[in-house]
Ligand binder design. Structure first.
Ligand code: GLA
Length: 382
């Protein structure tokens, strides 16, 4: 009872501050558009600020459809940013870490930058050793997406669309992609991906947000407690391409079935940990039959007690511990992004699926509609 009274007061205070600042009429949430700069070609890039009724805020830019900031409460109700990002469009153009971006046409790796579909071999860019990573040289993370506010029942929504033309980065088919970000009043960021094609193609869409639940600049993420709802993972070779095996996590550093500190086994003498330089692996998510969307992972930060739950319709999640961050990138507010200062939970189909018929299929045919949903839910613990 006491708590709900407090909430009313806080919500009222937030509302009053917003009204005082903008002179706007009272409303439960808002979406605002501002300029985020221009690409070198002179294309205008926008920044949308979505605020829910609790004052939780998500900034999303049309450049790469990237999540720029995400401010959620800690155990004391204090809002703080929990993702890496940049102050302007230049940071997004030059970084090679896919920070916060939408990833396509194919999230993660395709081995030897080749795949066969309907008996035809398609050749892609080798932008990661011998392999293709995250869509190639100019993936969806480097596109300027069209944006408009979308209706949402309990929150604020932004619709982003992009036409990936037939042959772009070597992939067949004109692919119409739509991503809807909804900042829900329950303090969740929902991402709905949909797409249609006019030729048989492959696709695997995800978002590459880097999280640090204590806030960017607060040090490494090794003390975060992580649960991944997976009994198996897909071991990789030297180029981080899955071997095709689905390996039990039991008895390995990949067993996160019970909440475990991210750092507790990250330097262990394990072949797979060594290949990844830490965690950089796809987990095979457990799913109850008939369950439309399942809990993939749950993370708790011990000091702020912020909790992130990841729910998805996808069969896999790439758990990546920012092993390639080396301090050379400078993000928002002049913070340098050092090794393992953030983690990613990229929901996805398994890497290299176009070359692994035993993995769930990533093919899309004309007349079919690709549709996946991932929800990042935020809360706190006592
Ligand atoms: C994914 C990959 C990593 C790395 C990052 C971006 O998570 O699996 O190997 O390429 O993207 O740096």
């Amino acid at each position: 009872m006491k708590r709900s009274v407090l909430w009313v007061t806080i919500a009222g205070a937030v509302l009053m501050t917003t009204m005082a600042a903008s002179g706007a009429t009272a409303k439960p949430g808002s979406t605002k558009k501002s300029s985020f700069g221009k690409t070198p070609d002179g294309e205008a890039v926008d920044l949308y600020t979505l605020t829910n009724k609790n004052g939780v805020e998500a900034e999303i830019t049309t450049y790469g459809g990237s999540v720029v900031s995400l401010k959620v409460p800690d155990r004391n109700g204090k809002l703080g940013d929990v993702v890496l990002g940049f102050d302007s469009v230049e940071g997004y153009e030059t970084n090679t870490s896919y920070i916060g971006a939408l990833i396509g046409r194919y999230g993660n790796r395709i081995g030897h930058a080749l795949f066969k579909l309907d008996g035809k071999t398609y050749t892609l860019a080798k932008n990661n050793g011998e392999n293709t990573l995250h869509g190639g040289t100019k993936g969806f993370n480097k596109a300027v997406w069209a944006a408009k506010e979308a209706p949402a029942k309990d929150g604020q929504a932004l619709e982003l669309t992009y036409l990936s033309k037939d042959g772009e980065e070597g992939f067949p088919g004109n692919l119409h992609v739509r991503v809807i970000y909804t900042l829900e009043d329950s303090n969740a960021l929902k991402i709905e991906y949909s797409a249609t094609t006019d030729k048989d193609t492959v696709l695997n869409l995800t978002n590459h947000s880097y999280f640090n639940l204590a806030g960017p600049g607060s040090g490494d993420i090794l003390g975060h407690m992580l649960m991944i709802n997976a009994a198996k993972f897909t071991p990789v070779d030297l180029g981080l391409i899955p071997t095709g095996e689905l390996r039990d996590v039991a008895g390995t550093p990949f067993d996160f079935r019970k909440a475990t500190e991210i750092g507790s086994r990250i330097n262990s003498d394990d072949e797979q940990i060594k290949l990844g330089g830490g965690y950089d692996h796809n987990f095979v998510l457990n799913r109850k039959p008939g369950e439309p969307i399942s809990l993939a992972a749950r993370v708790v930060e011990p000091k702020t007690k912020r909790v992130l739950e990841v729910w998805t319709t996808e069969p896999g999640v790439q758990f990546y511990t920012g092993n390639f961050l080396d301090g050379t990138l400078t993000g928002k507010g002049g913070i340098s992004y050092t090794k393992r200062s953030a983690f990613c939970l990229e929901t996805q189909h398994f890497p290299d699926s176009p070359n692994k018929p035993e993995f769930p299929s990533t093919e899309l045919k004309p007349g079919q509609r690709y549709h996946t949903t991932t929800i990042y839910k935020f809360s706190t613990e006592k």
